[in-house]
Design a protein around this ligand. Structure first.
Ligand code: CA
Length: 239
């Protein structure tokens, strides 16, 4: 049986760039839609029809950060931000708003395609609506560390019995460290094993920023983390 094609949304106001990306993604066997401004991009994005969203930052009508923030209130669809700006601050803003990855123009199409593949692979299944209640967790695989409870079947995390809303990316990272308690992982290892980036040299900052966001969500005091620790020069780990 033929597998249903994955569908990618491209939000990019520069028509040349949008066309090149669109052409190359289609060639890889994906379905695509293209939006040329922020409002249209946002309307498409929240339809929940997409397996991945490529999101330019500088857009007319609504910028990429705003779209990312709004989409994240409702959907876990992987988002790769695209920007012309080199600024580190932009990258951190994007990741803090819940983007899964970030690429600075000009980027190689090969690298873009490999990141698309990795993000889609990681994000298997359907878009998860954040407000969805989970019930009857009897058969679920649950990892408990103190008052932190990670439900590996339902992709949900509770602390002190209260549900915490995490992005897919934050969740994957937390679940990975929790399942491998005691082991220390370098940023490179996490990029490879959690992000699935085996065929390119990822930006190590991506790991640090995601860890920082995760700590904000689960730690009482993010600067003195109880759950996710870091041994300088060795890596991140959970005890
Ligand atoms: Ca633009």
């Amino acid at each position: 049986m033929e597998q249903k094609k994955k569908r990618i949304l491209i939000v990019e106001d520069e028509k040349d760039i949008a066309e090149i990306i669109d052409y190359n993604i289609k060639k890889q066997g994906y379905d695509t839609d293209v939006a040329y401004d922020g409002e249209q991009g946002y309307a498409f994005a929240i339809s929940g029809r997409y397996d991945l969203i490529l999101l330019d930052v500088m857009l007319p009508k609504m910028d990429g950060f705003e779209i990312c923030r709004r989409v994240r209130e409702r959907l876990d669809t992987p988002i790769i931000m695209l920007t012309a700006r080199e600024e580190e601050r932009d990258k951190i803003t994007g990741l803090e708003l819940g983007a899964d990855d970030y690429m600075t123009k000009p980027f190689s199409l090969g690298e873009l395609l490999s990141r698309i593949k990795a993000n889609i692979r990681r994000y298997s299944g359907e878009s998860v609506v954040r407000t969805a209640e989970s019930d009857a967790a009897s058969e679920d695989e649950i990892v408990k560390i103190d008052d932190l409870e990670i439900n590996c079947s339902r992709y949900s995390v509770k602390k002190g019995g209260v549900e915490i809303s995490l992005s897919k990316q934050q969740y994957e990272l937390l679940a990975f460290l929790a399942k491998n308690r005691g082991k220390k992982f370098r940023q490179e290892d996490l990029l490879e094993q959690v992000w699935g980036y085996d065929d390119y040299y990822g930006d190590l900052r991506t790991v640090d920023v995601t860890i920082a966001r995760l700590r904000k969500q689960i730690e009482d005091n993010p600067s003195e983390p109880r759950f996710i620790k870091n041994k300088r020069g060795v890596g991140y780990y959970m005890e």
